[in-house]
Design a protein around this ligand. Structure first.
Ligand SMILES: [Cu+2]
Length: 573
């Protein structure tokens, strides 16, 4: 018992900030816990008993040392640091099967990496569908020389929530015929939402929900944002949804977008923002001069026909009473299928002044066609006709130790788009499973064109937000229909494209991005929609393979599959 108490006492964040870089060290225990995220009891994956997990507050240049102990009784776990490039530490990226072995129950793994530049980020589970189970939290990296001026800030971590466990969801998706998990039961703001009542029911009796009443300390009670008049607040917004594309608005207030995925953007004002899974934004909100009022902050679903009520919280001006309700109704979320509106928002995003433009030309071009397919009646997603199946031996280990049996990694073809008709269901829906790996030498400029297509049935194409690990990339442009090589490149924005790590691919369209292979490692590139990734929608970029062969990688990262065997026999050779 004494040992237990001692253990709990050490579960604190130790932050040491000197004039130069500091160290943030923490011990985390990941464990299932009963929780009421949307006023209904469910099980969440909590860190040190908290849901969402603890917020990390770092300064650019800091080293993070996070000891993660897996206290789940029967499943492995990893943590991915979303938006951190992991320069020189690809083994700490936290993608199970790609950069490391999942941490076994009872074991501890130490992530040790530098947060090299400021930005609004988050972290989340990256094994199975554990992100959907609630394994996430904010990761804020501040700049010692912040260029934005504001008086206060709030973090808004957005997620979606199902009442079914992730294990049931996984079985639904991987059974034949596939059973769709459906739309989420609720949307959460900082882990809090409501599924059986609405805070704004008094405005709208037709939604059929009763007015919420909360008791003190209810886990589903909203976290209100308490503000003063005539001030500027920075809202740091991150979406870690499993499925939903979202729109956020604050009634009666403009939002000035200033940061996207940890990079400053040329400021622009809007009444609401669209945010896709994997993206982060900072917006500046100027409060009015009149005190004592309350305004709704609403988060609603876009891009899919919604069956989930808006998540709501309040902007609470000093002087307003707790019992008082906002006078005006919550903002109405724009129509889910008004894609032109979404595109007009996306097309407003440019790099802030001071960012150097991208290289003018690329050395390599990769066109990734995403299709919905069938393998023996199992529904899959495939990229260039390969549905990603992550191998038992992590790619990083296979490459580091040149383990040949594990290296029969199947690379999909580079350009399969040919005469494929993206506007119709696939003529031949069959596909194969593979490891989806592409090799790039160090020091080249790579263009990736994401090409969307029709799904298996009907005239439908879905939104896919794609996230690249290990890099920021320039978003060069978007287009309708099929990408025309040699022609569409002429439309690229090479002057001030935004730097991001996540980018949206619109239905029946294409998205072009560019990055430089300056970070040797094995980097996941995938759709951030959890069920889509689970069904194979991803690829892996192996970058600077010759340099990976000389890298220092902790053995603990690779103690599974064929690398485990290799490490066990190392001394005997
Ligand atoms: Cu997707």
């Amino acid at each position: 018992m004494a040992a237990m108490v001692l253990w709990l006492v050490t579960v604190v964040v130790v932050a040491v900030h000197s004039a130069s870089a500091g160290v943030i060290e923490a011990e985390w225990e990941v464990k299932y816990k009963f929780w009421w995220p949307d006023c209904k009891e469910g099980m969440v994956m909590a860190i040190n008993g908290q849901f969402p997990g603890p917020t990390i507050n770092a300064v650019a240049g800091d080293t993070l040392i996070i000891h993660v102990t897996n206290k789940l009784s029967t499943e492995g776990v990893v943590i991915h640091w979303h938006g951190i490039r992991q320069i020189g530490t690809p083994w700490a990226d936290g993608a199970a099967g790609v950069t490391q072995c999942a941490i076994s129950p009872g074991e501890t793994f130490t992530y040790n990496f530098t947060v090299d530049k400021a930005g609004t980020h988050f972290y989340h589970g990256h094994y199975g569908m554990q992100r959907s189970a609630g394994l996430y939290g904010m990761l804020i990296v501040r700049s010692p020389k912040e260029r934005l001026r504001y008086d206060g800030e709030f973090n808004l971590l957005l997620s979606d929530w199902w009442h079914q466990s992730i294990h049931l969801q996984e079985l639904f998706l991987s059974t034949s015929p596939m059973r769709w998990i459906g739309e989420p039961q609720s949307l959460l703001i900082n882990g809090r939402g409501q599924s059986n009542c609405s805070q704004a029911a008094y405005f709208n009796k037709t939604i059929g929900l009763k007015q919420c009443t909360f008791r003190e300390n209810d886990q589903c009670a909203p976290e209100t944002l308490r503000v003063e008049p005539n001030r500027v607040y920075r809202l740091r917004i991150a979406s870690t949804t499993a499925l939903a594309s979202l729109n956020l608005a604050v009634e009666g207030h403009e939002l000035e977008v200033v940061e996207a995925d940890g990079n400053y953007v040329a400021p622009f004002k809007v009444n609401d923002i669209d945010i896709y899974s994997g993206e982060t934004y900072s917006v500046l909100l100027r409060t009015h001069s009149t005190p004592s009022s309350k305004h709704w902050i609403s988060v609603g679903v876009r891009g899919r026909k919604p069956n989930t009520t808006q998540a709501l919280t309040m902007l609470h001006y000093v002087g307003a009473s707790d019992a008082e309700r906002p006078i005006r109704p919550p903002p109405v979320t724009p129509r889910w299928d008004d894609y032109n509106r979404s595109k007009s928002f996306t097309n407003k995003i440019f790099a802030a002044k001071g960012y150097p433009p991208p290289p003018e030309k690329s050395d390599d071009q990769l066109i990734l066609l995403n299709t919905q397919n069938l393998i023996d009646d199992y529904t899959k997603w495939a990229i260039n006709n390969v549905s990603l199946s992550v191998p038992a031996t992590p790619y990083l280990g296979s490459i580091r130790y040149n383990i040949t049996p594990a290296l029969h990694l199947k690379s999909p073809g580079k350009v399969l788009i040919g005469d494929y008709d993206i506007m119709k269901p696939p003529v031949n829906p069959n596909t194969t499973k593979g490891s989806g790996i592409y090799n790039f030498p160090s020091g080249i400029v790579v263009d990736v064109i994401l090409q969307n297509a029709n799904v298996l049935k009907g005239v439908v194409s879905e939104i896919h937000p794609w996230h690249l690990h290990g890099h920021d990339f320039w978003v060069l442009g978007y287009g309708e229909g099929k990408f025309k090589p040699g022609i569409d490149e002429k439309t690229y924005n090479l002057k001030n494209p935004p730097l991001r790590n996540t980018v949206v691919l619109y239905p029946f369209g294409w998205t072009a991005l560019r990055f430089v292979t300056d970070n040797p490692g094995v980097w996941f590139f995938h759709c951030h929609i959890e069920p889509h990734l689970h069904m194979g929608m991803g690829v892996v970029f192996a970058e600077g393979v010759d340099r990976i062969g000389k890298m220092d990688i902790p053995d603990e990262a690779l103690g599974c599959g064929l690398t485990r065997k290799w490490l066990m026999n190392r001394g005997r050779r």
